[in-house]
Design a protein around this ligand. Structure first.
Ligand SMILES: NCc1[nH]cc(CCC(=O)O)c1CC(=O)O
Length: 310
C-alpha cells in the first residue's frame, strides 16, 4: 500500500507531514509527500481575517483530495475549518501537544505579568483581544507570515516579543526563546491548537482509511477535538473570530470524561463570555454544541454581531 500525503510547504507544515509519514512508514506503508501551495501561503500582505474566512490554508489541498492526487491532507487542526464539505472528512487526529500560547523573545526575562510596557507582534484576533483584556499596557503590532518570517521580524526589532502556540515553537526547535508560558485558564487557546488533523475524501479506499486510523489516530485527543469542533461549528464564527475552546479528558471510574471551557471575547477586549461544562466522552459533540448555545445566549451572539458589523 502507498499513501500520498499532501501538505503545505511551510516548515511547520512539513514537520507535521514527516511526523505522520514516520508513523505510516514504521508499519511498512509506502509514502510520498506532495507539497501544495495555498492562498494563505501566497497572500502575505494582508491580515488573514481580511482574506476571507474559509479554507485559506485548505482549499487547494481539498481539491487534490477529491481528484485523488493525494490520499490524505495533513493540517494543523486549528487551521482546518469546522465545517467540511459533504464529500470530505477527518479520519484521524494525532496525540495532542501542549495547548498553551507562549511569549517568545530574545529577551527571555520579558513577562506580560509585570507593568513594563513592550511591543508584541501578532495578527490573531483572539491574541489581540486577550492582550487588550488582560495586559492593556502592551503595545500590539500586526505580524503575519509563517513562524520563520515572524521570528525574522522579531530579530529585525519590529517588536520585542511574539505570541505563538507552544506546539509550533516546540516543533520548530525554538524552545530557548520561550520567555513565558501563558495560563490556558486565563489566556484561553483556540479550538484545535496543538493537534494535527488528517483529512481525506470519503471515497478513499476502506483499506487505507483503516490503516490511517490505526496508525495515527489518538482516541482521547479525537474525543476532545470532536467537542471543540462542534463548539466552533455551532458558533458559526469561522477562524478569524476571537473565540476560544479547549477540552481535556480524564479517566473517571473507568470511563472517559471531558471537561471543556469555551467562549468568545470582543475585539477590544472589553467583554469576555466564558462557559465551562463536563460530559462523558460519548457525548463529546453534544458537549461542544451545548457550550456554544450557552455562550451565544449569554452575550456571545451580541459579540459576534458586533464583529460582523465592524
Ligand atoms: N495559524 C498558524 C498556526 N497554525 C498552527 C500553529 C501552531 C501549531 C498548532 O497549534 O498546531 C500556528 C502558529 C501559531 O499560531 O503560533
Amino acid at each position: 500500500m502507498k499513501i500520498k500525503i499532501g501538505t503545505r510547504g511551510s516548515k511547520l507544515a512539513l514537520w507535521q507531514a514527516y511526523y505522520v509519514e514516520e508513523k505510516l512508514k514504521a508499519q511498512n506503508i509506502d509514502t510520498e509527500i506532495i507539497i501544495i501551495e495555498t492562498k494563505g501561503d501566497k497572500i502575505l500582505d494582508r491580515a488573514l481575517s481580511k482574506i476571507g474566512s474559509k479554507g485559506v490554508f485548505t482549499e487547494e489541498l481539498e481539491d487534490q483530495l477529491r481528484s485523488g492526487e493525494i490520499d490524505i491532507a495533513v493540517h494543523s487542526a486549528k487551521d482546518l475549518q469546522s465545517e467540511l464539505a459533504d464529500d470530505l472528512e477527518i479520519v484521524a487526529f494525532t496525540e495532542r501537544e501542549k495547548i498553551a500560547d507562549v511569549l517568545v523573545s530574545f529577551n527571555t526575562k520579558l513577562s506580560l505579568e509585570t507593568d513594563e510596557p513592550f511591543v508584541v507582534g501578532t495578527s490573531s484576533t483572539r491574541r489581540v483581544a486577550m492582550l487588550r483584556h488582560y495586559f492593556p499596557h502592551i503595545k500590539i503590532v500586526d505580524m503575519r507570515g509563517n513562524l520563520q518570517t515572524r521570528l525574522r521580524k522579531l530579530e529585525d526589532g519590529q517588536c520585542d516579543a511574539l505570541l505563538l502556540a507552544y506546539a509550533g515553537v516546540h516543533r520548530m526547535g525554538y524552545h530557548d526563546l520561550i520567555a513565558q508560558e501563558l495560563s490556558s485558564t486565563k489566556f484561553a487557546p483556540p479550538v484545535g491548537q496543538g493537534c494535527v488533523a488528517i483529512e481525506a475524501a470519503k471515497n478513499l479506499s476502506e483499506e487505507k482509511r483503516i490503516a490511517i486510523r490505526q496508525l495515527i489516530n489518538d482516541e482521547v485527543t479525537e474525543k476532545c477535538l470532536i467537542a471543540e469542533r462542534a463548539y466552533l461549528r455551532k458558533l458559526q464564527g469561522g477562524c478569524s473570530i476571537p473565540s476560544f475552546g479547549w477540552c481535556i479528558a480524564e479517566e473517571k471510574e473507568g470511563s472517559l470524561s471531558l471537561n471543556m471551557t469555551a467562549g468568545i471575547i470582543s475585539l477590544d477586549g472589553q467583554t469576555i463570555v466564558r462557559k465551562h461544562s463536563s460530559a462523558s466522552a460519548k457525548n463529546a459533540q453534544l458537549l461542544g454544541e451545548t457550550l456554544a448555545q450557552e455562550v451565544l445566549e449569554n452575550g456571545g451572539a451580541a459579540i459576534l454581531a458586533e464583529i460582523k458589523n465592524a
